[in-house]
Design a protein around this ligand. Structure first.
Ligand code: ATP
Ligand code: MG
Length: 366
């Protein structure tokens, strides 16, 4: 181990359901992997979601946001559950997550979809299509049709009811997501596919123009363009052709869910939300899984892999990120599984137990 004295402040937002169980495992893994690289972490745990509603009556307390903003990175578990489902709309736990993203200004959502060789059989695809899939969807998160004005309900000239929304992208919004995407592709296999509908939509025409302009700053990255309908098809037909995909908010919403299902293992998938400056937000893509909460059955590996993303994309600590990813692979290689990825002949472990196996593997890489 090296003996530099790097220190980072990490905000932990365990949230609801299985959130606290998986965050606890990931915190321990982060601490150990960091200590091997001479990195120390100071953790502050804050309430969010249903847990915050119960405690102080709002899903995102001011203090939680201010502590998060002052930290170097944020690790979130999961938010929501049956218990709060019948609340008035403004008191939904999920509102806390939207407020957190807005408060942090995180406009880029990174979602990898990787078919691990050990889990090829979990994929919904045929084995020969699934094998070797390793792609990253970079979704614009704070603009586009989900936020554009004008929007609302009205009447058309015949007096019929209409609903309408507007797809708006300004150059600065496209440029900053394009930059994140090129940087991401550069850290991966150097291939970027920009997905749009530039044959029909003006916002997409501008998108394609600005992404193409940005490419001149990244001569080492190979840029291609694809229409979204074709991209949806290609993801199923031959997902191995993709490395990094960059796309707008609505297309990214759809394509990242499609891509995650190629892997067939929701308990394995991490994500990152990044802003221009300021801390990133890292979380598993799965929800609070209230059906298995409190039973030590949850798969913590999505959160452990989110911590690897926190190290790589949030703190630029590539070595520690790799250590953790290798430890997850080694744990799977040894045949250890949680219920969601279990198959016959493998060893079924609980959340804490598989966490301990990952820790052993991290320790053995010292
Ligand atoms: P949300 O609405 O918050 O996105 P959801 O209700 O759509 O979430 P999840 O909470 O992710 O979905 O749960 C979907 C199913 O997957 C549940 O049966 C749950 O038990 C299972 N699941 C989710 N995450 C995990 C995990 N980490 N380990 C094991 N099973 C999981
Ligand atoms: Mg849910």
């Amino acid at each position: 181990a090296t003996s530099s004295s790097k220190r980072y402040n990490i905000t932990l937002l365990p949230g609801d359901g299985i959130g606290p169980e998986v965050v606890s495992v990931a915190k321990n893994v982060l601490t150990l992997a960091g200590s091997q690289q001479g990195i120390e972490f100071e953790f502050r745990e804050m309430p969010v979601g249903g847990a915050a509603l119960d405690l102080v009556g709002v899903p995102l307390p001011d203090e939680t946001l201010s502590v998060a903003k002052q930290s170097d990175a944020i690790l979130l578990g999961a938010i929501g559950g049956y218990k709060w489902d019948n609340n008035e709309k403004h008191l939904k736990p999920e509102t806390g997550l939207l407020q957190l993203r807005a408060g942090l200004g995180v406009f880029a959502n990174l979602r990898p979809a990787t078919v691990l060789p050990q889990l090829v059989d979990s994929s919904t695809l045929k084995k020969e299509v699934a094998e070797g899939v390793d792609l990253m969807v970079v979704r614009e998160l704070t603009g586009g049709i989900y936020f554009g004005q004008p929007r609302g309900f009205g009447k058309n000239e015949k007096g019929e009811e209409i609903g309408f929304n507007t797809e708006v992208y300004a150059t600065y919004e496209i440029d900053r997501i394009a930059r994140v995407a090129f940087e991401t592709a550069r850290k991966r296999r150097g291939k970027l596919c920009s997905v749009d509908k530039a044959n029909v939509l003006e916002a997409s025409m501008l998108w394609r123009k600005r992404v193409t302009m940005m490419a001149s700053h990244y001569p080492d990255v190979e840029l291609t363009h694809m229409y979204v309908d074709n991209a949806a098809m290609q993801l199923i037909r031959d997902p191995k052709q993709f490395d990094t995909i960059v796309t707008n908010n609505i297309f990214g919403d759809i394509l990242s869910d499609e891509a995650s299902m190629l892997t067939g293992s929701i308990g394995m998938l991490p994500s990152a939300c990044l802003g221009e400056s300021g801390p990133g937000l890292f979380e598993p893509i799965h929800g609070s899984a209230p059906d298995i909460a409190g039973q030590d059955k949850a798969n913590p590996l999505a959160t452990v892999l989110s911590v690897a993303m926190l190290l790589r994309y949030g703190l630029q600590e590539e070595n520690a990120a790799r250590t953790i990813e290798n430890a997850v692979l080694e744990t799977l290689n040894k045949g250890f599984r949680t219920g969601d990825i279990f198959s016959t002949g493998k060893k079924l472990l609980g959340c804490k137990e598989i966490g301990e196996e990952v820790m052993k593997s991290v320790g053995s890489q010292e």
